[in-house]
Ligand binder design. Structure first.
Ligand SMILES: [Zn+2]
Ligand SMILES: [Zn+2]
Length: 239
């Protein structure tokens, strides 16, 4: 849905890059696979990159789609084979090319979710790190060092602690708090820290609280809701 909102058709994707296989990060992949398949005028593989386990997840997703794939093959005379998905499972420190950009995978710490990966995406001038879920660690520091922007999923520890649920408190030990993300950003010397996957979602009027919690970082702090854009040259933020 967000791709559509960004005017990107699945067939325009150079690939899909997964940080880890938690359901909130991958459960929509089936729609990307299906729409990429049926919208491609001729058989075209969808490239999917991710940590070890991605191959199993994609195979199981295709299994789940088998009945639907059968319907579509029966209905479309010019569709003669099912979706083609080309999976690459990445080890940390692997570099690959995607849509003209260099991408470096780095280990993150989201245990017991492992392996999990963050990505440093680099063009001729700038780098952006998409860290995914996890707590600070040395390999994340190395991945983020000197990047222009660092995109980190974060939780508000102070708010999560207010909810009397042990099951919810469990999420605190494997996600970066806003303070931890700010500390990582400051150590790495990035220009911009983009907070994303914010839990709980910021209530209107509380945005300043998130910025205050991130104040150990002295660069630009962006509350990266869906569809927020950061221009790396001007550091302008639009939503
Ligand atoms: Zn996760
Ligand atoms: Zn998550």
């Amino acid at each position: 849905m967000r791709l559509a909102k960004a005017n990107v058709l699945p067939t325009m994707l150079a690939g899909v890059v997964l940080t880890h296989l938690h359901s909130d990060h991958v459960s929509d992949l089936n729609d990307v696979i299906t729409t990429h398949w049926v919208m491609s005028p001729e058989p075209t593989p969808l490239r999917v990159f991710g940590p070890v386990g991605t191959r199993t997840f994609v195979a199981a997703t295709l299994d789940a789609l088998a009945i639907d794939i059968g319907y579509r093959l029966a209905h479309h005379a010019d569709l003669n084979e099912g979706p083609l998905v080309e999976v690459t499972e990445l080890a940390p420190s692997t570099t690959f090319e995607l849509g003209g950009l260099a991408v470096l995978a780095g280990a993150t710490d989201h245990r017991p979710v492992e392996p999990s990966l963050g990505y440093r995406v680099t063009d001729a001038d700038q780098s952006v790190v998409i860290a995914g879920d996890g707590v600070p660690c040395a390999s994340l520091d190395a991945l983020v060092k000197g990047a222009s922007a660092y995109v980190q999923t974060v939780i508000r520890e102070d708010l999560v602690r207010l909810i009397p649920s042990a099951r919810l408190h469990d999420i605190l030990d494997y996600h970066s708090s806003v303070e931890q993300a700010a500390a990582t950003a400051q150590r790495a010397g990035v220009k911009a820290l983009v907070l994303t996957h914010m839990v709980p979602p910021p209530l209107p009027g509380t945005e300043h609280e998130w910025r205050e919690l991130a104040s150990a970082f002295h660069g630009l702090i962006v509350l990266g809701d869906d569809m927020v854009t950061l221009d790396l040259d001007t550091m302008d933020v639009t939503s």
